[in-house]
Ligand binder design. Structure first.
Ligand SMILES: Nc1ncnc2c1ncn2[C@@H]1O[C@H](COP(=O)(O)OP(=O)(O)OP(=O)(O)O)[C@@H](O)[C@H]1O
Length: 251
């Protein structure tokens, strides 16, 4: 689904990505973690070929149309330029499909609208929605693309707790159905409970990669995030509670 080898990128004379090796397969819901500025957005955009990088990305070499069928992308920026109805914006997800007004397209749009509970909002102008409603609309647009891989940059930022859990469950179900999901996330607790795998980025390099319990360790949290946390095994996976920051540590 996604293969990155030695992906590196400099910006402003600094290495922002430094030798990223990452392979993501069907059935994986990968949470991309890391503090502000670690390189998460840069990694997602370079993987998609939206930023020129050294090394190899299996997506970056595809034509625009091929790539739009291989991977859907929900960017971090949520600006909606046109005052179009929610359902028309979701329908844009089908634009790369050959017959983008077919019964199959309409069914995909309806599935995406239903999955994000957007039916009551479908005729509203997307520019007039709340931030969280806009976020759900943009997730639905990416979902309507029905690609093997979904790449989402902070998809649950600004959602209320129920909508965050709903979205994480949705991504998890996509992975269960054989898709792959790569999402940058700042909520380590939700990442721990819902992702099948976590990749922790630190200063443009992968600091840890594996199942949640192997990545969310006290040592990694101190070294990468500069925090202490309470970690416990709960009924549905790891329970994570941040406790404090580590003063004076060189992160
Ligand atoms: N156009 C640019 N020129 C120079 N440096 C840049 C540019 N864009 C990003 N950077 C730097 O690259 C680094 C990685 O940025 P990136 O947006 O990938 O981080 P991030 O992990 O997504 O952070 P956040 O969690 O804050 O969204 C940061 O130090 C940022 O300042």
């Amino acid at each position: 689904m996604l293969e990155l080898r030695a992906l590196s990128l400099d910006r402003g004379g600094q290495a922002v990505l430094d030798g990223i090796d990452l392979s993501i397969g069907a059935g994986e819901f990968v949470g991309l973690l890391g503090p502000n500025g670690a390189g998460k957005t840069t990694l997602l955009r370079a993987a998609l070929g939206l930023l020129p990088a050294r090394g190899h990305s299996s997506l970056a070499r595809l034509s625009v149309r091929e790539r739009a069928r291989a991977a859907a992308y929900m960017p971090q920026g949520r600006e909606i330029a046109w005052p179009m109805p929610v359902e028309a914006l979701v329908a844009l997800g089908r634009i790369a499909h050959p017959h983008s007004a077919s019964a199959e397209d309409r069914a995909a749009i309806e599935r995406a609208i239903a999955a994000l509970h957007l039916s009551p909002l479908r005729h509203r102008r997307a520019t007039e929605l709340s931030g969280g409603e806009q976020a759900r609309t943009l997730i639905a647009r990416a979902l309507a693309q029905e690609t093997p891989l979904l790449i989402a940059d902070e998809p649950i930022a600004g959602l209320d707790p129920a909508a965050q859990i709903d979205a994480m469950r949705l991504f998890s179900r996509l992975a269960d159905r054989g898709h792959a999901v790569l999402a940058s996330l700042h909520d380590l607790g939700l990442a721990a409970r819902h992702c099948t795998r976590l990749v922790m980025l630190h200063q443009g390099r992968i600091a840890a990669d594996g199942p949640p319990q192997a990545v969310l360790t006290a040592e990694n949290l101190a070294r990468v995030f500069g925090i202490t946390a309470h970690l416990a095994q709960g009924p549905g996976g790891i329970l994570f509670q941040p406790l404090g920051t580590i003063e004076g540590e060189d992160r």
